[in-house]
Design a protein around this ligand. Sequence first.
Ligand code: FAD
Length: 378
Amino acid sequence: MKINVIGGGPAGLYFAILMKKADAAHQIRICERNGPNDTFGWGVVFSGKTLANLRTADDVSHAEITKEFEAWDNVDVVHRDAKISIHGNSFSGIARLQLLNILQRRAEQLGVEIDFRTEIHDVEALRSDCDLLLAADGVNSTVRSRYAEQFQPALDLRANRYIWYGTHQLFHGLTLTFRENSAGVFAAHSYKFSPTTSTFIVECDPQTWTKTGFEQMSSEQTLDYVGEVFAQDLNGHKLLSNNSKWINFLLVKNRNWFFENVVLIGDALHTAHFSIGSGTKLAMEDAIALAESFQLNASVSEALAHFEKTRRPVIEDYQAAAFESMRWFENAGEHMHLSPIELAYVLMTRSGRVSYEDLKRRDPAFISEYELSHGLHG
Ligand SMILES: Cc1cc2nc3c(=O)[nH]c(=O)nc-3n(C[C@H](O)[C@H](O)[C@H](O)COP(=O)(O)OP(=O)(O)OC[C@H]3O[C@@H](n4cnc5c(N)ncnc54)[C@H](O)[C@@H]3O)c2cc1C
């Protein structure tokens, strides 16, 4: 089969690896607008379950990825200067660039052709020259816009703003920090992803953003201001910018996932709010599901129909949980009257995927403390 892939992010690279592994005769070409070492952002997070899926799909890249991991089992919630830790949550972090480099090497080893610094404008030309065109071109997908009539995307630009920084302050766990000042509430999502660096994403609602006057601030002023808001948490370390800018989260869904020989995958197909940290995981698991569909079906059209049929319910379930989580952060101000332990409990159960019973099993000490605070004990 001749496969053209637009986008050399986690989804495109991983699909190419799995297809080439399944049949070395496939001709696979990835077109990627960036160079191999240009990337946005800092680290990405995987859960324990995702890692098991990656091991089954390709143990070679799994071994490389896990060698680079920073692992932890706690979610920390910081509110009114108190830190509450909830254990029993298995997560690992890796630098996005490191992950991409591992996948690039593995794909090239297997014989996938990667054309870096190749931006695709004429999607139709690429589509007519292959059996399968994989649109793995991310949240602002050119392919999705080009064939909007076929895919019928639903795009929902949310009101909250967020900015993705790094820092050398190490957060040994997924840390959710809340700080308030006269402008409003700021939430930081942070975790270490290497021995020296953490991701530090800051989010606030549009009223807080406007009241602070971010619109008039330069990038340096913004960085200094945000650093000041979280000064206690950063412990003297500076925030690090990677051309960091305020963004509004774009929620992406598509009525149709494929047509003829074109299929969407990863962020081009769907997004899930970063507060459940699952974009890369979903992109790579899409690749696994799509490659499996090609194993199970003889024709491209049957494989694509199988992919949509089996994968859509999983994605809809995730997007529903991520939506609840996103709404929680959009309304974070409403929860600031809670005590730290109450806030931690509400945060852990916000998406509806983690219950009281789950928490009791994962971290009985946390639940005892929570019950004590509510006078629920003996
Ligand atoms: C603030 C923030 C925090 C996040 N945190 C996490 C996290 O903790 N954990 C996690 O798992 N995920 C996280 N994500 C999500 C994650 O970054 C994405 O969900 C994931 O990278 C999706 O993979 P992808 O391959 O579908 O798309 P991308 O990684 O976006 O890759 C798309 C690729 O296509 C290329 N491309 C686009 N258009 C063209 C074109 N026309 N021609 C050629 N190339 C093109 C781009 O250069 C890019 O390399 C976060 C995202 C944000 C914004």
